[in-house]
Structures are given as C-alpha cells and as structure tokens.
Design a protein around this ligand. Structure first.
Ligand code: MTE
Ligand code: MOS
Length: 775
C-alpha cells in the first residue's frame, strides 16, 4: 500500500525557500530608499567635512554657499536645537563638530539644495578655517600615549599567569597586527527625512531604526513619540549601519526641520568610505606558557583596538574580542587586557563578528607560533587544547562551555575532506616544487550567541490576521540581505500552517514595535522569530478556541494543517475561519514580546553567562602560493557548520558562503591605507579590493551539521548564522602560514593580516633570513 504524506503548507520552518526579495533584487522590483518616489519639494543634502586629521575650528563661512541659487540651508553645530550628541554608547560624539574636528572626513556642516549636484557644489563653497593640531593615527602610538575611548578592560580567570608562564617548560611571546575592513555594502548610506505635523518621519538604511528615532528626537529636541524610524530593506549592512546610519538620518532630519521640506542624503562611495567607520584594526600581543606537547598552561594577552576618534560601539566590540580570544580552547590561567585606542581616523564600528574575529586571530596566531616553534603539527596542538570535560570547560569570562560540538565536527570534516592524505600530498608537492608551495589547515570556530550587553536581548512583534485570512507581519528586526524577513515569515506560516505567501512582510517601523535593539549579533531570527512565534501562537489559541465552540467539539480535537483548520469531522479553510472569527468578535491581532532567558553578565568583573549558546563551525582550506610574486590562490575549502535545526537551509548556506568569502577578503586582500595626514587613500573600488566571484575556492563544499537541534530552547531549535561563518576564513590564513613555512624552510612565520602578496613575500624572506642566520 502506498502511504502518502499528509499535505503540508508550503514554505514553513525548515523549507529551503528563496529570499523573499530574491527576484526583486535581480529585476529591480525590490525598492531601496533611493528608489522611493521623492516627496514633493524634496531637497538633497551634502556634507561639509574636515580636511585635517585634527584641528580646532576657527571660522565657518556659509555666506557664499547660501548665496547660490537653489541652495536652501546650511547648518552647523550652532543650528542644532536639541542636543548635539549621537554616541551609541559613551557620550562624546557630536553630530556636527562644534569646535574640534578629529579626522579627515569629520562632518562639520550640512547643506540642502534643489539637486544633489548643487548641494555638492555648495558644500565645496563653504569656507572653513582651522588651526591644525598633531594627529595620532596608529594603535601603537595611541597605546604608548595611553589615549583611550573607554576605560581599559580586564578579563581573568585562575591564577596570575605571569609566574606560571615564567616556570613553564616553554614560553612564547609574539604579536600580530590585523587590519580593518570596509563594509562595502552595495547600497551606500542613505536617509530620507519627511517633516510631519509636529514631528519627523525618517526612512533610513539602518540596522537600528529605534536608534534613528531616538537620536533624531534628541537632535531636534522632540519627544521620541513624534519621530518614526522606518526601513524596508538595506542593500547590505554588515554592522556598518548599526550605529552610523543614525548620523546620516540625523543630518537629513536636521535639514528637513530647518527647511520644512523633505530632505534626502545619499553618500556616494568615496564620501561613504571617507566619512564612515570600518572594522577595528587590532594589535594582539601574547605571552604564553606551554608544556612539551604544546598544551597551554597560562596565557597573558593584550588586545588593542584602533577605535578611531570616538567611542561608538567599541565597548561591545572590544568585549567580544576578549570573550573570543580563547576561540575553542581552554586556558587554565588567563589574563586578557583590552584597550580601545583613540586615534584620528574614522570611528571604527560594528563589523560582522563584532571583534570576535580579531580576538580569535590573536589566539590562532599564538597557536601557530607554539606549534611551529616546537615543530608540532598545528592540528595536534589545536586538538590537545580544545575545551572538554575534567574541569577544562570554563571560559575566561567564567561561562561553562556546554554541548561542545567541535571535537566531533572536527573528526567529521577531517574525514570528509580527506585531510590526512591531502596533508601528505601537500608535503610531497612542496618537496618537489621550489617555486610554488601549497598549504593546508583545519580551523575551528566557537562563537557566542546573544548580545554581551544583556539588555539588548529583547524583541517585539505585531502579527495581524485580516478577515480574508491574509497575514501582515511586523517585527523589530531589519532586513539587510541576510534573509531575516523570510525566516520570521516562515515561523508565522508554520504556526498557522498556512502557505508562506499568505504572510506579507511590513517595513520595520518604530511606530509599530517600540524600543527595539539593532539587528545585530546574529540574533535577529532568534529574537524576532521568537517574538513573532509568541504573537502568532496567541492568535492561534483564540482561533482554535473559537473553532471548538463554533463546531461544538473539544479543543483537543482542533488542529491547524495545510491552510485549513480541522475540528473533529469538520474542515474549514483558514481564511473562512478568520472571517467567522471576526464576526464573532475574536481578536485577530497580537503584539508580543520576547527576551532571551538565562543570560547575565557583570561588565565590571567581566564574568557571567553572556551567551545563551554557541554556534560552531569547522573548515579545511588548501591554498597555493607563488614564492616569486607572493600571489596565492584558494584551491579548496570544505566547511561543516552548525546552525542547529535550520529554519531555512538555502538561506543558511548562503550566509555561510558569503560570510566565509567576506572573512577571506578581510584576512587576505582588503587593505585600508591612510596617508601620513590620516586621509584614507583606499576610498573606492579602484583602490580597495574586495573578493569577487573569481576569488572563490576552485572547489568549495559547504555542509550544514545534520540532525543537530539546538539544546537550548531557541526558535524551533535553530541557531544563529549571520556572523560565525566569517571566522571560518581563519583556515585560509592558517593555510597561507603553512605554505609560507614550507617556502621558508620551516620555522614560525609572522604573517600579519591582510596577507597580501607583499606580506606573503616579506614573511618568506624573513624566514629564509633567519634560517640563514641560524645556519
Ligand atoms: N548578510 C547579508 N547578505 N547582508 C548583511 O548585511 N550582515 C551580517 C549577517 N549577514 C549581513 C548578512 C551581520 S553583521 C549580522 S550581525 C547578521 O547578518 C544580522 O542579521 P541576523 O541577526 O538576522 O543574522
Ligand atoms: Mo553585525 S556586526 O552584529 O551588525
């Protein structure tokens, strides 16, 4: 007998449906802010920025600009009616520089004019006089001068590592510099501010509409209730629109308030890269004691971030760097010191991984040094130091590592990637080839999920069922390409057992969901998915109770399946039940709220359980380098990544592939260059190289860890996926180190990131020199 599966609604949880805007992204149907029809009388804005790395402003003369026909307003700090302060964390970040400009690109005035071209010309006509002051550009200089954007951080567990390291069988000291990264979202920063009766509506390409609302209110001196922040989608955010989109929105709102007309501000690529912040470059310095097997006894590490001119999100980024400096390994005694160094550059900000990748680079560079100095297999050293059992499961912030999936995942990827025989083949290739050298390496990633600032772990949703059975979904998360809207809609479709196309997505609006957190820390689906689930379930309970009463059956006999409600022997379409329910005065909408359980953290002692759970990943990468030019190619990468029970395997794979490639760009080719005055020279794709399709590994295999529901009660037992895969690119950097070591004839290479051809050549040369000196 043939058993047919029960018919199921389409596109529920776990279905590999495409991104809700996949077609729209391609055919132009997806509307971004710059595509919206401009309201009547819309003006265009341009920013006047500092040409000094640091200076005291003496005079801003706007008269020539204002005299130009079509120029409607020029505003400076003096024109701000509310409070000139837009820091996302520690105050000290004016929207427009009142007295000091602190980097080349620092906005000090804003212009509104009839056209973008006119606004640009008028901005150039604003005369600025200033007294230049000495600027500090590098993290080492700021560290030496002890100039911080926040108090130093200290995370420790166990005994003072100093004496233990001093007594250890082996001691290694080292450091590495890791560069920043431009977000290079395809859609640049943009905002459209539209004056309302007594208030302001602001469409902003932002990951954080609530912060836009709150800061616009502050700048304009309005109550928050008078301002609405809105966004339907971003063309990429990657952390770059978490805090800094707010500023763009505020300039537009300030000019809109001044002129009483709608104002749009859209930065072109060069201005965007010159004005806005990037990933924090880091200097990582360690002192470590190990035994003869490479087992770590104690670690003392310094993590110094180049924070740029203001605090911005550096507290969170630095905190996450510290809490990921252990990566997947147990440090019996550990001290981690974090410094947010103030320099005269763009204010560094959130970027996928939020400091985690930089902290993990410190850790993995340290492990490479240990293994290669002791002539041990780096993989063996990684393995011997992994968390697991026997008191070896406490992190430096005192959270216990539970449900540690990495040892088993490592075994799986080594087997499926055929690691052992490829390791031998790489060694044989290197023995036979003097010019080309190959490298191969396996890496592990453990990434903590939840905001380490505990109060941010909350979300809201508003679900509306209309009498025709169609559903409108609102939640506080934002869509930046990661597929959040699709996933949350799948959750709602699953609860009601209706097809996904019954669920319509609403733009994110602060007028519907108040006091939200930024869509960040990969927590978007965890938080908003859960809030939407709670809302939909509340409506479902009322509809089920109504169906039971309507058909006169016990509630236990009511089920939602395949777009219908079954009540005993009765079956009714979801839409018909909605109509009956409405007539019977059953409430068909719900606003719900969710907060992550069980997380806590004391920022003073830097201890607690900041993460609800961990997401895990493993990767094996093989590369080849040309020792004459330093050029390299990724030959093959295998990834096994843990997303729990996937909400959507297609979207999750997309996130893993995209995250890995973005990480590879950061570690190997995306190089930011500033000149000695602090002017960024890499401010366009002509000079700043991001990976393209041709830079993909020739052979690229991505798998989701099967049958692995989250042990914690996350939404449908899924795990967050947005950031963790970026760090799988560590395997590429490690493979490059492996190839460089082969080229240099052994030893421990020092390979700063990004590992550009120049740095690869330099690393080989240094190894060869020290081999010669030693011989
Ligand atoms: N994927 C795309 N396509 N575009 C993006 O801007 N941002 C990343 C990641 N994946 C991003 C992305 C970052 S930095 C984060 S924190 C998460 O998505 C945010 O979304 P989530 O919380 O819904 O995963
Ligand atoms: Mo992501 S860096 O947390 O926006």
């Amino acid at each position: 007998m043939k058993v047919s599966a029960r018919p199921r609604h389409k596109g529920g949880v776990g279905a590999p449906v495409p991104h809700d805007s996949a077609y729209g992204h391609v055919d132009g149907g997806a509307i971004y802010i710059d595509d919206m029809s401009e309201p009547r009388g819309c003006l265009h804005a341009h920013l006047v920025t500092s040409r000094w790395g640091r200076a005291r402003l003496k005079r801003i003369d706007t008269s020539r600009a204002l005299a130009m026909p079509g120029v409607r307003a020029v505003v400076t700090a003096a024109d701000i009616k509310g409070t000139n302060e837009v820091s996302a964390t520690i105050p000290g970040e004016p929207l427009l520089a009142p007295e000091f400009v602190e980097y080349v690109g620092h906005p000090l005035a804003a212009v509104a004019a009839d056209t973008p071209e006119l606004a640009r010309a008028a901005a150039a006509a604003v005369v600025v006089e200033a007294e230049p002051l000495p600027a500090v550009l590098t993290v080492r200089e700021a560290l030496a001068k002890e100039q911080w954007v926040l108090p130093p951080m200290l995370m420790r567990r166990g005994d003072d590592p100093g004496p233990i390291i001093a007594k250890a069988p082996h001691r290694f000291r080292g450091d590495i510099e890791v560069g920043g990264q431009d977000h290079f979202y395809l859609e640049g920063q943009v905002a459209l501010a539209i004056p309302q009766e007594g208030g302001m509506e602001v469409w902003s390409s932002t990951q954080h509409p609530t912060e836009v609302q709150h800061m616009v209110a502050r700048i304009l001196g309005l109550p928050q209730s008078a301002v609405t922040g809105l966004v339907r989608r971003m063309g990429g955010g990657f952390g770059g629109k978490e805090s800094q989109a707010t500023h763009i929105a505020c300039y537009a709102a300030l000019l809109a308030s001044r002129t009483g007309r709608p104002v749009k501000l859209r930065l072109d690529r060069d201005d965007d890269m010159t004005i806005t912040g990037k990933r924090h470059p880091f200097l990582l310095q360690w002192d470590v004691g190990v035994d003869g097997h490479g087992r770590i006894l104690a670690v003392d590490m310094l993590l110094a971030a180049n924070a740029g001119w203001s605090t911005d999100l550096t507290p969170g980024v630095l905190g996450r760097a510290l809490s990921h400096a252990d990566n997947a390994y147990f440090f019996p005694h550990v001290r981690l010191r974090g410094y947010g160094c103030k320099t005269n550059l763009q204010s560094a900000t959130a970027f996928r991984g939020f400091g985690g990748p930089q902290g993990m680079m410190g850790c993995e560079a340290m492990i490479e040094q240990i293994a290669r100095s002791l002539k041990l297999d780096p993989l063996a050293v990684r393995r011997i130091n992994l968390y697991g059992g026997n008191g070896r499961d406490l992190t430096p912030y005192h959270q216990q590592v539970r449900h540690f999936r990495l040892p088993a995942m490592l075994d799986q990827i080594l087997a499926s990637s055929d690691f052992a025989s490829r390791r031998k083949a790489v060694d044989a290739f290197n023995a036979a080839n003097p010019v080309l050298k190959k490298g191969i390496s396996a890496s592990l990633v453990k990434f903590g999920i939840s905001f380490n600032k505990i109060d941010l772990n909350q979300a809201g949703a508003l679900v509306l069922v209309y009498e025709d059975g169609s559903i409108l979904l609102n939640h506080g998360g934002t869509e930046m390409g990661q597929g959040l809207f699709t996933k949350v809609a799948q959750v709602v479709a699953e609860v009601f057992a209706v097809d996904l196309d019954k669920v319509r997505l609403s733009p994110t609006s602060t007028a519907k969901i108040p006091n939200t957190s930024a869509t960040a820390a990969s927590a978007g689906a965890d938080l908003n998915g859960m809030a939407a689930k709670i809302a939909a379930e509340a409506i479902k309970v009322r509809m089920a109770a109504f169906a039971a009463q309507h058909f006169d059956v016990p509630e236990s006999e009511v089920a939602f399946e395949d777009n219908h409600i079954v009540a005993g022997n009765h079956k009714i379409a979801f839409a018909d039940l909605a109509l009956h329910a409405k007539h019977a005065r059953v409430k068909l909408s719900e606003a719900a709220y969710y907060r992550t359980p069980d997380v806590h953290f004391d920022p003073k002692t830097m201890t607690g359980r900041p993460f609800y759970y961990y997401a895990y990943g493993v990767a094996v990468s093989e590369v080849a380098i040309d020792t004459l030019t330093g050029e390299w190619k990724p030959l093959r990468t295998d990834i096994l990544h843990d997303v729990g029970a996937s909400l959507n395997p297609s979207l999750d794979k997309g996130q893993i592939e995209g995250g890995f490639i973005q990480g590879m760009g950061w570690l190997t080719m995306e190089e930011l260059v500033w000149n000695s005055e602090g002017r960024i020279l890499t401010h366009a794709p002509s000079t700043y190289k991001i990976p393209s399709a041709r830079d993909l590994p020739r052979d690229f295999r991505v798998e989701l860890l099967p049958n692995a529901p989250n042990e914690e009660a996350s939404v449908y037992r899924s795990k967050a996926v947005g950031e963790p895969p970026l760090m799988l690119a560590l395997s590429v950097w490690q493979a490059l180190v492996d190839a460089v070591a082969a080229a240099g004839g052994g030893g421990a290479p020092r390979l700063d990131a990004p590992a550009t051809p120049e740095r690869i050549l330099g690393a080989i040369a240094r190894l060869r020199e020290s081999a010669m000196a030693g011989a």
